[in-house]
Write a protein that binds this ligand. Structure first.
Ligand SMILES: N[C@@H](CCC(=O)N[C@@H](CS)C(=O)NCC(=O)O)C(=O)O
Length: 221
């Protein structure tokens, strides 16, 4: 498999963690989100993902779908991780039981729908163009979302967000906390989230997915 991504992209990072947790080997294909206005907008990349965003996972085989399309790759981190979870079920990333799985999706979506899209690069660039301070906006939306997440899980004592094994919710949490630090959000008000982050950091699958360890990190800005 080939993962098109960017070292500092939180959505690419989610997929890296999932691939590592499942022990799947993959090749990194860097897509520089900043250089020359962003390689994600190049026609060659948009042919894969017309949304012009990373990640994109190129699969090792293709399959014809009922729509007639022959699919050989996937966009959207949650669709990618859900696919991997179905094809490589161990370890399960949604947990066991309908309500547990719903809780995992709830916490994941709080981040993937309620926070990250509001502070995505293209949004921040557009705000700047309109005279709004992008860093201030990013801090505001991340602070609101992380405070809601902290309140949602306050008082829980599991090692990870939903139980004793990492799930999709943790996979989404860790990169989002990194983004928050990047924009100098004070994380002191989220002790439960930081506790879970520490548990994740102790796992090799999370550690190896860190931006600084990616092949495109050295030369990128
Ligand atoms: N919902 C998508 C969001 C993808 C996304 O926002 N990707 C960001 C990086 S984390 C991106 O490519 N930004 C480039 C841009 O906005 O130009 C997913 O989960 O994959």
């Amino acid at each position: 498999m080939k993962l098109y991504g960017y070292w500092r992209s939180s959505c690419s990072w989610r997929v890296r963690i999932a691939l590592n947790l499942k022990g799947i080997q993959y090749e990194t294909i860097p897509v520089h989100l900043v250089k020359g206005g962003g390689e994600q907008h190049a026609a060659e990349y948009r042919a894969k993902n017309p949304m012009g965003q990373v990640p994109f996972l190129e699969l090792s085989q293709s399959e014809q779908l009922p729509s007639g399309v022959t699919l050989s790759g996937l966009s959207q981190s949650i669709a990618i991780i859900s696919y991997l979870d179905e094809v490589y079920p161990a370890p399960p990333l949604l947990g066991e039981g309908a309500l547990t799985r719903a809780r995992v999706r709830w916490l994941s979506e709080l981040i993937t729908s309620g926070v990250q899209p509001l502070q995505n690069l293209s949004v921040l660039k557009e705000l700047e163009r309109r005279g709004v301070d992008p860093a201030d906006w990013a801090r505001q939306v991340m602070g609101r979302g992380l405070a809601a997440l902290e309140e949602t899980v306050r008082g829980e004592t599991s090692t990870f967000l939903v139980g004793e094994a990492p799930t999709l919710a943790d996979v989404c949490l860790v990169p989002q906390l990194y983004n928050a630090r990047r924009y100098e959000l004070d994380l002191g008000a989220y002790p439960r989230l930081l506790e879970v982050e520490r548990a994740c950091a102790a796992l090799p699958a999370f550690d190896a997915a860190r931006p600084e360890l990616q092949p495109d990190a050295v030369s990128a800005g």
